[in-house]
Ligand binder design. Structure first.
Ligand code: ATP
Ligand code: MG
Length: 271
């Protein structure tokens, strides 16, 4: 038992998140959830992974607990720790423990960022054991039947130093995500930002050009998220070239030549 009680309802997503399906991902994820299979979502930044998990949690009617991982994160940050208060010591569950107790979908975002000694705490939860040992507390939690673990990572950032161990990777079913096809992405940008589909279509075209520069001077292409930002500024009355510069050029690169190239692509469509 935890020393604090958590109401699962606080983690239920009340209204349906807008998610434009891009393939068979909804059915595949549902099947994985029904098997309580841990799932790994791979794909570039801003392509819809988090939105997809929110949509699926809502569709399945399950609570969702999201944890943004970083390299300073310790196992205790996930599992929990003793806290001192005026009445003495009190155990505080971490988000992973809460999710395992209440039967939530636990989404560990950018899990590669966490150190490997942190990541291994998920191992007993992601195989037939479905348990979580709270060593400091001497408690072994059996995961709630509805509990499922989902992790995301951006394959672009992988390096020899930062990667998941095979013994971690091979506990998950994997799903590849990428920027949606032109027509779908145009619909998303239009719906999310409120710009008309002609303007959204131009933003998507610019992104396509920039995405071809990935690996040729750009580390990442322009994400769907940035296209939505551009649309939002245009919707607020910002002149399109200025809006594109702020959202689709400046954040992406400091290299003057690359900026010129991107500016030229913007000019082609909005000049
Ligand atoms: N299929 C989609 N349906 C609806 N909106 C989408 C979709 N794909 C992307 N978006 C839009 O793009 C934005 C960014 O998506 P999201 O936050 O899910 O990216 P992500 O893949 O989780 O990125 P990161 O790896 O940086 O966390 C969303 O807020 C949404 O506006
Ligand atoms: Mg995300």
């Amino acid at each position: 038992m935890s020393d604090t009680t958590v109401d699962p309802k606080q983690y239920i997503i009340k209204s349906e998140p807008y998610y434009e399906s891009v393939g068979d991902e909804v059915a595949l994820y549902e099947a994985a959830y029904n098997a309580r299979m841990p799932v790994m979502l791979k794909g570039p930044t801003g392509c819809g992974k988090s939105r997809f998990v929110e949509y699926m949690a809502h569709k399945l009617g399950k609570p969702l607990i999201t944890v943004a991982c970083n390299e300073d994160m310790t196992a205790s940050d996930l599992v929990g720790r003793f806290l001192l208060d005026k009445d003495g010591t009190k155990w505080q569950d971490g988000p992973l423990t809460t999710a395992a107790r209440i039967g939530a979908i636990c989404y560990l975002d950018e899990v590669v960022e966490a150190r490997q000694d942190t990541t291994v705490v998920i191992h007993p939860l992601t195989d037939h054991r479905r348990t979580l040992p709270l060593d400091k507390r001497g408690e072994l939690i059996e995961a709630h039947p509805d509990f499922q673990l989902v992790i995301s990572y951006n394959p672009g950032y992988q390096s020899l130093m930062k990667d998941l161990k095979q013994s971690t990777k091979q506990r998950f079913g994997g799903m590849d995500f990428d920027y949606p096809l032109e027509e779908t992405e145009t619909a998303i940008v239009s719906k999310e930002s409120g710009v008309d589909s002609e303007t959204a279509g131009k933003l998507v075209q610019i992104a396509h050009r920039a995405r071809n520069l990935k690996g040729h001077g750009l580390d990442e292409g322009i994400s769907t998220r940035l296209l939505v930002y551009a649309g939002q500024l245009i919707g607020k009355g910002v002149e399109p070239i200025a809006a594109c510069k702020m959202t689709m050029v400046t954040p992406l690169t400091d290299d003057p030549d690359m900026r010129d190239t991107l500016d030229a692509a913007v000019q082609t469509f909005f000049g």
